[in-house]
Design a protein around this ligand. Structure first.
Ligand SMILES: [Zn+2]
Length: 158
């Protein structure tokens, strides 16, 4: 029994696959300020777009916006966003058919991840309860043996 418990503990300690996945959405003070056309002011990538478009990923190395879902679920890396003036490109991509399909796949993937992580926690709970029960049984047996053992002392009492 003890051997089996130790083996269980060892498996529980093994690293689980990383659950934290998703687009890279760094919130920076400055991304890549640029002037567009004849404009006299600079425009920059806006962190608020992450809220509007949850699939939007920002590559710090390349200084462009990309689509996380199309890249991950459709192997399509063609969408890049680097003209901060043309925000309609984000809307257009957001509404495109291929992208919608990728979004559905992402949703399903996340649901599956949630399900499997809840299964892991059920298994963990099961293991904890099992270990707790074993401890209780042990304590109970231990107490019983203490009660039954000292017969000699009991006979000494008046
Ligand atoms: Zn996309």
């Amino acid at each position: 029994m003890i051997v089996a418990l130790q083996r269980d503990d060892h498996t529980a300690r093994e690293p689980r696959p990383a659950v934290r996945e998703g687009p890279l959405q760094p919130v920076l003070r400055e991304y890549k300020p640029q002037k567009f056309g004849n404009e006299t002011f600079t425009r920059d990538f806006k962190a608020q777009w992450f809220k509007q478009y949850p699939w939007l990923s920002y590559s710090i190395d390349r200084k462009v916006g990309t689509c996380y879902v199309c890249s991950k679920f459709m192997n399509d890396n063609t969408f890049t966003f680097c003209n901060w003036k043309k925000t309609e490109r984000l809307t257009k991509h957001h509404q495109s058919e291929a992208h919608s399909l990728a979004m559905t796949k992402w949703l399903e993937y996340r649901q599956m991840q949630r399900k499997s992580s809840s299964i892991i926690s059920i298994i963990d709970d099961g293991h904890r309860n099992y270990a707790k029960r074993n401890r209780e049984v042990f304590t109970c047996n231990h107490r019983m043996s203490l009660l039954h053992c000292p017969t000699k002392h009991r006979s000494k009492r008046p």
